[in-house]
Write a protein that binds this ligand. Structure first.
Ligand code: GLU
Length: 240
């Protein structure tokens, strides 16, 4: 068993992130497994200086002690570049020039119920340039897996759409990086918040395209604000 906690250092941990950390920590320790910490710090514009260290000190303060060295995604970009090259070579990607406004999709991962990418650039055969790179999903495919907490899950890839793996500004996207790292760090069990349940469809499809193993998944229920919104760093939920 190898588990992991993979925070984005974009602010202080809040109670929702602690729930995910405790869940994955206890699951790992109860099975005599290893528990790794990985900083998902690829989006330099959103990273808050000092917050990676603050997160580590917070984990320590709660007794959530990790094994081995903390990995930083910002030091591993050559690995994501290799994966992107492999995806491209196998014809799993296309270059996309659509702006967010044209798509009226408020960023990715999309909120549940948002519309999937409409496929505008799919057959355009563009060269990489001032473009984002999207992973071409198979819209006839349904990704099926057994979530240890949520039960049997079936995600129709046509409802998810072609996901960005490299942004127009050159930053590798979360969906690609997480798949590469979970495989290279030999993660057997992903325990995280249910806000990432839908993303698991993309992640399993990417694992198959890259011939990488699929870990077991366990998505924890989310803690919510009194308003019903999810706790988040961007909404400035109270720091731990
Ligand atoms: N970095 C992601 C976040 O903070 C979590 C990624 C994951 O657990 O797969 O939401």
């Amino acid at each position: 068993y190898t588990g992991r906690f993979a925070p984005s250092p974009t602010g202080s941990l809040h109670l929702g992130s602690l729930l995910a950390a405790v869940g994955s920590f206890l699951d790992a320790r109860s099975r005599g497994g290893r528990w790794l910490v990985r900083m998902e710090d690829l989006d330099r514009a959103r990273v808050v200086p000092g917050s990676a260290d603050e997160i580590l000190r917070t984990l320590e303060a709660f007794g959530l002690l990790w094994d081995g060295e903390v990995e930083y995604q910002s030091r591993r970009t050559h690995l994501y570049a290799e994966a992107l090259t492999a995806l491209r070579a196998a014809g799993h990607t296309f270059e996309c020039r659509c702006s967010r406004r044209e798509l009226s999709v408020p960023g990715e991962p999309r909120p549940a119920g948002g519309s999937p990418y409409p496929g505008t650039c799919r057959e355009a055969h563009r060269q990489p340039g001032n473009t984002a790179t999207r992973f071409r999903i198979d819209e006839t495919e349904t990704v099926v897996f057994d979530d240890r907490f949520q039960g049997p899950i079936a995600l129709a890839m046509g409802n998810l759409g072609d996901v960005i793996v490299r942004r127009r500004d050159g930053v590798f996207a979360y969906q690609l990086a997480v798949v590469v790292d979970d495989a290279l760090q030999a993660i057997t069990d992903v325990v995280r918040g249910a806000d990432l349940l839908e993303s698991t469809g993309w992640q399993i499809a990417l694992q198959r395209a890259l011939c990488l193993p699929t870990p077991r998944y366990a998505h924890l229920p989310l803690l919510l604000e009194q308003s019903g919104d999810k706790l988040s760093k961007s909404r400035r939920s109270a720091a731990l």
